[in-house]
Write a protein that binds this ligand. Structure first.
Ligand SMILES: Cc1cc2nc3c(=O)[nH]c(=O)nc-3n(C[C@H](O)[C@H](O)[C@H](O)COP(=O)(O)OP(=O)(O)OC[C@H]3O[C@@H](n4cnc5c(N)ncnc54)[C@H](O)[C@@H]3O)c2cc1C
Length: 445
């Protein structure tokens, strides 16, 4: 099951008075950033308001995919694939890493042509993605009803078990000397002479010349309190796991209605690929104009709900301003643990059974949801914040940050140490939201 506040905290380090780098947020991005900073010889403090991997990083589908990536993310993702394999050898538990491939099913020739348009990006980077015929698709995923026109398939894509994997990466980081504190919210940045001098946490002040913010769905709220504005929104996405079933595909498979991924426990993780729910709030209204291109591309993919539950980053009553000596919104809600959408769960069970008429009877063993943080152009922000020297932002992974986590963590660590990141980060710059750049979701699938 996903990690919640009911799970006892594992990491309760005493805070140092000062350190080299502070990382805010114990998701896959913060954990990997902290790990690679430590490997670069820095003293690192990783602060998490709730639990390591309590939010998105422990609630996702577990797909580690190159397939369909934004072309600017693809080289980072190829590197992340290698890093996952390395890291899986260093964890103290089996994180379920398997090279099972990723497959997108096409219902029509038109959809297949859309998939085909992504192939040149794969070829340019030597990724083994290929287009499968109808017969090859039926052979790859046997037993499916529905007569698919074909599929896009990347055999080298992988899967892992999120709520085991990210805590296991944190354990490597701690073993190597990263100081980790859970139940420790950062209230505000400590600013001195116009630059970052550290953070103020609920347990006191810690000095550091560099801070990396990897706050997932909370980043925009945190930054707004420091007058930095980013058009980030979060949507609720529902997931379920099934009781054990025969393995018809070892990796991730999606069509436009349902996606499924074989799990290490012998069941499948099921989700509705193109469906999510946006709770309306002040940020939603402010940011929506920038999201129009995304909404137009998939007009029925988003369902709007009038209000987020209490304490959510964009709930109507969530404070937008607070000071260092007040318990701010991060202490009020330790772990975003949205209720799964019950109608979606019924639909998922029905759709999966209909797709595989020969499957034995099954039940949904668990159900959960997560708040996915996303940017209008569906790529993250990975950049220095010019207005606050010393602050680096790694957020807005837009629904695909689990797989790329180690790659982005390595880049953020390079930004924090002033070494070359090894990738062109232009597309991920913060200024794109202010300099008139068109919000283009690009050719990502
Ligand atoms: C249902 C679902 C399915 C997904 N499927 C996939 C998939 O198959 N493959 C894939 O690659 N990606 C997938 N994603 C996306 C992926 O999970 C995210 O992009 C990724 O986990 C983001 O990591 P993160 O570290 O940026 O954020 P998070 O994991 O959300 O972590 C941010 C952390 O920061 C902490 N925090 C925030 N503010 C503060 C503060 N002030 N002080 C201290 N701590 C703070 C939060 O408590 C949180 O734990 C999916 C996401 C969901 C929800």
């Amino acid at each position: 099951m996903p990690i919640t506040e009911q799970n006892a905290a594992t990491w309760r380090a005493d805070l140092p008075r000062e350190t080299d780098v502070i990382v805010i947020g114990g998701g896959v991005i913060g954990v990997c950033t902290a790990l690679y900073l430590r490997r670069a010889g820095r003293r690192v403090l990783l602060l998490e308001k709730g639990r390591i991997a309590g939010e998105q990083s422990g609630r996702n589908w577990g797909w580690i995919r190159q397939q369909g990536r934004d072309p600017d993310e693809l080289p980072v993702m190829i590197g992340a694939n290698r890093l996952w394999k390395e890291l899986a050898r260093q964890t103290n538990v089996d994180i379920g890493l398997k090279t099972g491939g990723v497959t997108y099913l096409a219902r029509s020739a038109k959809q297949l042509a859309r998939f085909e348009a992504w192939l040149p990006f794969a070829r340019a980077h030597g990724v083994d993605t290929r287009l499968l015929s109808a017969a090859e698709t039926a052979e790859l995923v046997p037993g499916m009803s529905g007569g698919f026109a074909g599929a896009l398939h990347t055999a080298s894509d992988m899967r892992a078990e999120p709520w085991r994997a990210v805590p296991a990466l944190a354990e490597i980081a701690a073993r190597e000397g990263v100081v980790i504190a859970e139940d420790c919210a950062v209230r505000v940045l400590d600013i001195a002479a116009g630059r970052v001098a550290g953070v103020v946490t609920e347990a006191g002040r810690v000095a550091a010349p560099v801070v990396v913010l990897a706050g997932g769905a909370w980043s925009s709220l945190f930054l707004r309190n420091h007058d930095v504005h980013i058009p980030q929104l979060s949507v609720r996405a529902t997931v379920a796991s099934t009781t054990p079933l025969p393995e018809v595909a070892s990796g991730g498979v999606a069509d436009h209605r349902i996606s499924f991924r074989y799990r290490a426990d012998g069941g499948y993780s099921l989700a509705a690929g193109g469906f999510h729910e946006l709770f309306l709030g002040w940020d939603a209204f402010r940011a929506l104009p920038k999201f129009l291109a995304q909404l137009r591309a998939d007009p029925f993919g988003t369902r709007f709900l009038p209000a987020a539950p209490r304490g959510y980053p964009d709930a109507w009553g969530t404070p937008r301003r607070w000071s260092a000596d007040e318990a701010g919104p991060f202490e009020a809600l330790r772990v975003l643990n949205p209720a799964a959408n019950a109608g979606q769960l019924r639909a998922l069970k029905r759709e999966f059974a209909a797709l595989f008429p020969g499957m034995p009877e099954f039940e949904l063993s668990h159900a959960w949801a997560g708040m996915i943080d996303t940017m209008p152009d569906v790529v993250p922000v990975v950049d220095h914040i010019a207005a606050l020297p010393g602050l680096i932002l790694g957020t807005g992974m837009s629904g695909h940050g689990f797989g790329i986590g180690p790659g982005m963590g390595k880049i953020l660590a390079a930004l924090a140490t002033g070494t070359p990141p090894g990738h062109d980060l232009t597309r991920f710059r913060l200024s794109r939201f202010m300099d008139g750049t068109r919000m283009d979701p690009g050719p990502a699938l």
